[in-house]
Structure formats: structure tokens, C-alpha cells
Design a protein around this ligand. Sequence first.
Ligand SMILES: C[S@@+](CC[C@H](N)C(=O)[O-])C[C@H]1O[C@@H](n2cnc3c(N)ncnc32)[C@H](O)[C@@H]1O
Length: 207
Amino acid sequence: MTLLVGSDPALADALGAAGPVLVDVGCGDGRHTVRWAQRRPDALVVGLDAETTRLEKTLASVRKKRLRVLFVGAAAERPPEPLRGRAAEIAVVMPWGSLLDGVLGGDPAVLRAVLALGGPGATLEAVVNVRPWDAPDSVDRKLAATPEPTDEHLAGLVEAYAGLGWELRPDGWLTDAEARALGSTWASRVVSARASRLLRLRATGPR
Ligand SMILES: C[S@@+](CC[C@H](N)C(=O)[O-])C[C@H]1O[C@@H](n2cnc3c(N)ncnc32)[C@H](O)[C@@H]1O
């Protein structure tokens, strides 16, 4: 039961028996999720993504290495009920589409749903690729609608998080080495292609 659909009752059972739960939202092929689980054997790591067709290799390695990882197929806007309020830590690595609109754009429906995954005092760490404004010729369609993270935009985003009870701290740019160390397929790809400027956002939820 390493891969579940969001409505599967086995998820509530697994979460009930777990200690700390870490949720990787928009986990993609799950490489970053697995890296996280290797670093945190004390925790159950849940990879959540609307699209779960790229997980095949990762599922095989999770089973072989007996890691405490579960993947759940669901949109961030409609996460499975048992996950709500359950995460001690939330990661969002290299989001695109509506997930990027939520964590960097401040889209209230998506942001509210992502932050609602957190339990008391939960933390969120997001790494977003903001390269397109520097390189208009290489604008990725899925990143194109996202606002440029100017100081003014980030100040508004701090307010949007604060409105949901979260304290947001934009935390600067990742070096190439830091980006590669994430274990994220997308981060490694954009660093290799020199098509990246990766901004880290950290946030802490209400106690
Ligand atoms: C560029 S990929 C990054 C995947 C992975 N985090 C990584 O670093 O390799 C962006 C991922 O976000 C997921 N995503 C985008 N919007 C989403 C949403 N609203 N709910 C769930 N997943 C979403 C996509 O399906 C995709 O897998």
C-alpha cells in the first residue's frame, strides 16, 4: 500500500499509527520524498501529487529499502481529510501550475489547503524556481502566470500567510550545490540546464 488514492481508508490507519508526519506536496516522481525519508527514519513521509504516473521507479526503491513512505494521489486543493492538520513539516519543491500559484502567488484557495495540512507549530519549506523573469525566451508555460517575487510581492505574500495564521520568511536564493542536495529531479534538471533561480520560502504555522 505504498501508493494510495486520496479516498483510501488505509491512509487514516497509516497516519494513526505514525509518529511525526512529513508531507511533500507536489512530489512528482518522488525522489525528493525518498531523500527526505532517508534523512528522517523517525517519521512517516507522505508524497502528495495530483499526478502519480511518474512514481514507478521510486515505488520499487521504497519497497526494496523498506522506507516509511506513502504516496497519495490527490490535488493539493483537495487533500485527503485524514491528512488535514497532521503534518509536522510540509515541503513544496519546484511547484508549478496551481501549486505555484498558491505558495508563491498567494492564491487563497490553494494556499489555505496546503497550510491546513499542518498541525500546531508546523513548518513549511518551499523552493520555487523564479527564473522566467530573467529569461523571457525560456519561459516555461506552467510557470508563466506566476508573479515576479519582488520585495513588494513578497511583502504581500507575508500578509497572505499571516492572514492564515502563518509567519512567512523569504529565505534567499539557493546555491547550485544546495539545489542539487534537495534530491529533486526538477531542481537538478534546471540547475544543469542553467535555467534556474531558486528561492527558498520558510514559514511557521500557529501553535
Ligand atoms: C516541476 S514538478 C516538481 C516535482 C518534484 N517536487 C520535484 O522537485 O521533482 C511540479 C509538480 O507539482 C505537481 N502539482 C502542481 N499543481 C498541483 C496541485 N494543485 N496539487 C498537487 N500537485 C500539483 C505536478 O503534478 C508536478 O508533479
